[in-house]
Write a new protein. Structure first.
Length: 180
């Protein structure tokens, strides 16, 4: 009983400190028609320029985004790029490989609009908004997707929350690493 009184408060403090370390302030995933909409608000304790550099470093993303195995720029025309990414999304025992070719429209250093032009999803579009907040950067991300094939069987709200949390925790981690 005495040990529980000592250990439980310590565990609660540790859990709350770990939660404070998470870059994700809020995450909401909802079902919409035959797909999903996800909205995330995140904070990166880095200058906006560092956040922007990481978010748009498409050639090196396979080095720090857990589910990306290959990422390359296929074409570039000013602030419009076409990128291709390949990888495997995993959640528990469920996993599925994906390929996505997306048109990326950059409005430096404020927004990245991504629209799938070819790939594993029936439809995929996302918008990342980047803004300064105090000594760091707030990231607002909205994803709309309609799965196809194996992804339609494997995807769920919990799967998406897991994937997005894992991805953006790693991305913000890379931002922090580069800011040092």
């Amino acid at each position: 009983m005495n040990i529980a009184r000592l250990v439980l408060p310590a565990l609660l403090v540790a859990a709350s400190a770990a939660g404070a370390q998470s870059p994700i302030r809020s995450i909401d995933v909802s079902e919409k028609d035959d797909g999903y909409v996800a909205e995330l608000v995140m904070f990166a304790p880095v200058p906006t320029s560092v956040a922007w550099d990481v978010l748009t470093d498409f050639e090196k993303m396979a080095g720090w985004v857990p589910n990306v195995r290959e990422s390359k720029v296929l074409a570039r025309d000013g602030n419009t790029l076409e990128i291709e990414q390949r990888g495997v999304a995993k959640f528990g025992v469920a996993s599925f490989p994906y390929v996505s070719t997306r048109k990326m429209v950059l409005d430096p250093p404020k927004t990245v609009l991504a629209t799938q032009v070819k790939g594993s999803m029936k439809r995929l579009q996302s918008l990342m908004k980047v803004s300064a907040e105090g000594s760091g950067t707030q990231l607002n991300y909205r994803l709309e997707l309609v799965p196809a094939g194996l992804a339609a069987l494997a995807l769920s709200k919990d799967f998406l929350k897991h994937e997005l949390t894992e991805q953006f925790t790693a991305i913000v981690g890379e931002m922090v690493r580069r800011a040092k």
